[in-house]
Design a protein around this ligand. Structure first.
Ligand code: SF4
Length: 185
């Protein structure tokens, strides 16, 4: 792996480490060829943000590029409220608050703080049903912070040649299944 880890890869890695390689390999082709329609809908949730910098509301920053030196993470935040110090990540539909979602907002939080922004609250927002999920700050949840650090270390240590997939259910749900020689479907 390269030195820097994309924040989105924290979630990919938990699903399957090999998927990171496909994600990088297919890059922009992915939208056309490899994303399922559900995932395209999901990425549409972020499209406005990815092309925006500031919303019309002066206290809202959207789609800011961020870098966290401490953990070597790079990516974008979704929405940050400068006056209320709230970091928010929108997803199309949140059915479960997966660890990967929490690790992504932790990474964004650490990066923002390194860049001089205060973060006093973190939220996940489910766009389809308008539900908001409060997420503990990293310093409020030692257990999740430990898990976050462990995943970052595992990504750094990961060697694709040593990986053996043993969860066929994941492969069956995977958008890279037809291209992947590690699939056990
Ligand atoms: S097909 Fe299976 S092994 Fe390959 S990337 Fe997907 S989940 Fe991982």
């Amino acid at each position: 792996m390269g030195d820097e880890i994309l924040i989105t890869e924290l979630n990919d890695f938990i699903f399957c480490p090999v998927s990171i390689y496909f994600h990088r390999l297919y890059g922009s082709l992915e939208n056309m060829t490899y994303q399922s329609s559900a995932q395209i809908n999901g990425s549409a949730a972020h499209e406005a943000v990815d092309h925006a910098t500031y919303s019309s509301e002066k206290d809202i920053i959207m789609g800011l590029d961020v870098f966290c030196e401490e953990y070597g993470l790079i990516g974008k935040i979704d929405i940050y409220n400068k006056s209320r110090h709230i970091l928010r990540e929108r997803k199309k539909k949140i059915k479960n608050v997966y660890d990967g979602y929490i690790f992504q907002v932790y990474a964004q939080c650490f990066a923002l703080r390194e860049m001089g922004y205060k973060v006093d609250a973190i939220e996940l927002y489910s766009m389809d049903d308008h539900n908001t999920y409060k997420v503990d700050l990293p310093e409020e949840n030692e257990y999740m912070l430990r898990k976050f650090k462990k995943v970052v270390e595992e990504i750094r240590r990961f060697r694709i040649e040593e990986f053996i997939q043993n969860n066929g259910e994941k492969c069956r749900k995977c958008i890279y299944e037809t291209a992947c020689d590690r699939s056990i479907c």
